[in-house]
Design a protein around this ligand. Structure first.
Ligand code: DON
Length: 555
């Protein structure tokens, strides 16, 4: 009986998941209908969008385990009703015992999968501290109220969606290597069916302890001890000291303008805001709307801007607490003009011919957007890095750990799981944060809120956000059209344009091939969960991406 109800819930959920939602009190767009509903309920109880975002974050750790987490990290951008914008950085940090060559063998060669799977792949998790930081500064409800919906979902269980079923099926062998992971996600040793109720009791107990005792429980008490014990027993290096000393940081956003819009996004240790700024400011030199949406010329300009931004990313970007990142230079008008002038409209610039600019002197994440009627706007991207992170559940905590250490440059020029390369700026150092591409973003025009957006997708995150913004601003699309529109991506190396299959005219592709561009095809790029404000009608429109299982809830 339970199973049949579950199947209908999933089918209903999937049908519902495909549509945008309109509300005038509050709206949440996330990777799961259950989590979006939690956010709306929190606002109905008197919470603001920050309260709702925190509750959604904890709920996703239960109902969207491939990326929702408390064993990972992320970034939050908040705009207050007064128009002030700030950000919270809760990116994971390298443990104290980490060192530059920890994933290399004695010949200096990267050891396959060491930074991706198992106990050594995790950075010190930041999500709980990040949500606590935002709660302390902006919340109206009690901390406990924000965690209890997640506790209840984990304890009662929830119906497994098609997306989660297929993900668990695909990874069964790998994830079964860790006993705690197998027991948690493969009850009785088998993949839970679509619609079957998945109960996560250990995680419910951990979340309830954190709810009752406060966020420090995660970093200093029973949970911290069990995380450190289980990780070290499996050959990892995260210690109680690492957890006790983890701190989330409030940082200034990256801010720039694009064709009259103000764009606020995440500063380093994410490369998101900086690269988004550099791409948009470079393409601002060309009349994209005159060229036409998906015209060969518009695609070429965007590709060339992306190529140059990712070359700069590889060289300049890293944790600003360890490495001096020249943010102002990288998003300056002067650099954008120089980059734009170097684009040859007759032919592709080979990536070997593009190196980083000369500075004078010196695959599962999730995004959710929340907005309330008072004008609190929240944009959060959070991740375990790979789908289901390292596949390692920390002992009896029910916490799935991240494999974020792979986002460091484990060797100069050696690509990470997204094919991104790096250098000294992003080399491993104890207590350093690994570079990210996460790009939670808020856009205003003449001080009025316009859009909240972000996406998963590893290296493709920045280009997906950039293209949705160009769709809105240059091509005057509605938010639904802008999110639906096919996406393409170039990241300097490898020198190839990834395009969504069936999304582009073969004639345009042929024209670009003749100019020297190479293409590869992907089924889907990104999962943009966004909100627009409809000022004329005084309402909000929550737009989930249709590429995965995302859903909006509105009130
Ligand atoms: O921080 C980053 O850039 C990556 N860890 C994000 C991973 C990701 O988006 C995977 N999703 N598909």
């Amino acid at each position: 009986m339970k199973k049949i109800i579950g199947i209908w819930l999933v089918i209903g959920g999937l049908l519902f998941a495909q549509t945008f939602q309109v509300g005038s009190h509050g709206v949440v767009v996330s990777a799961s209908k259950l989590a979006s509903d939690v956010g709306v309920e929190i606002m109905q109880k008197g919470g603001n969008a920050v309260d709702a975002a925190i509750a959604v974050g904890f709920a996703l750790a239960v109902v969207y385990p491939p990326a929702g987490n408390i064993g990972g990290g992320g970034f939050m951008v908040v705009r207050t009703p007064d128009g002030d914008v700030t950000t919270f950085d809760f990116r994971e940090k390298a443990p104290r015992k980490a060192h530059r060559d920890m994933y290399l063998d004695k010949n200096g060669k990267p050891i396959e999968n060491l930074s991706l799977r198992g106990a050594l792949a995790s950075g010190v998790p930041g999500s709980v501290a990040g949500y606590a930081c935002a709660h302390e500064k902006f919340s109206t409800l009690d901390w406990r109220d924000l965690l209890m919906p997640a506790v209840e979902l984990a304890r009662a269980g929830y119906p497994v969606s098609y997306f989660i079923h297929t993900g668990l099926k695909y990874r069964q062998d790998r994830m079964s290597e860790c006993d705690a992971t197998r027991n948690m996600f493969y009850p009785n040793g088998r993949v839970p069916e679509i619609g079957e109720i998945l109960v996560l009791t250990d995680l419910a107990n951990t979340l309830e302890r954190i709810a009752n005792k406060g966020w420090r429980e995660f970093y200093q008490s029973k949970t911290a001890k069990e995380i450190a014990r289980s990780i070290q027993a499996a050959g990892g290096i995260i210690s109680e000291w690492d957890l006790k000393h983890y701190e989330a940081v409030e940082r200034e956003p990256v801010h720039f303008t694009y064709r009259g819009y103000d764009i606020f996004s995440m500063a380093p240790p994410s490369s998101g805001g900086v690269c988004l700024g550099q791409i948009l400011k470079t393409v601002e030199h060309f009349p994209l709307s005159q060229y036409g949406f998906q015209s060969a010329l518009a695609m070429q300009i965007v590709t060339e801007a992306e190529r140059r931004a990712y070359a700069n990313r590889a060289h300049f970007l890293g944790d600003p607490d360890f490495y001096d990142v020249p943010v102002d230079y990288l998003i300056s008008e002067a650099l954008a003009a120089e980059l734009a002038a170097a684009i040859d409209l007759e032919k592709a610039t080979p990536s070997q011919a593009v190196s980083h600019s000369l500075y004078p002197e010196s695959k599962e994440t999730t995004h959710f957007s929340v907005l309330d009627k008072e004008g609190w706007a929240v944009s959060v991207t959070t991740t375990l890095n790979g789908s289901y992170g390292s596949g390692f559940v920390a002992g009896k905590t029910g916490i799935l750990m991240n494999n974020e250490m792979d986002d460091f440059s484990i060797k100069p020029g050696y690509p990470n799981m997204f094919g991104l390369i790096g250098a000294a700026a992003n080399a491993i150092q104890p207590k350093k944060r690994m570079l990210s591409s996460m790009t939670p973003t808020i856009v205003t025009k003449s001080d009025s809120l316009m859009w909240i957006l972000g996406t998963p997708g590893g290296g493709t995150i920045i280009t997906s956000v950039a293209q949705v913004l160009m769709n809105l601003i240059d091509f005057d699309m509605t938010l639904v059209q802008a999110v639906d529109a096919p996406r393409f991506h170039h990241q300097w190396l490898p020198d190839v344009v990834s395009v969504e299959k069936y999304g582009f005219s073969p004639d345009v592709i042929r024209m670009l091939e003749q100019k020297g561009y190479c293409f590869e095809y992907q089924t889907a790029i990104g999962d943009v969960n966004a909100i627009a404000v409809d000022w004329e009608n005084d309402r909000f429109i929550g737009v989930p991406d249709r590429r995965r299982q995302s859903a909006a809830s509105a009130w």
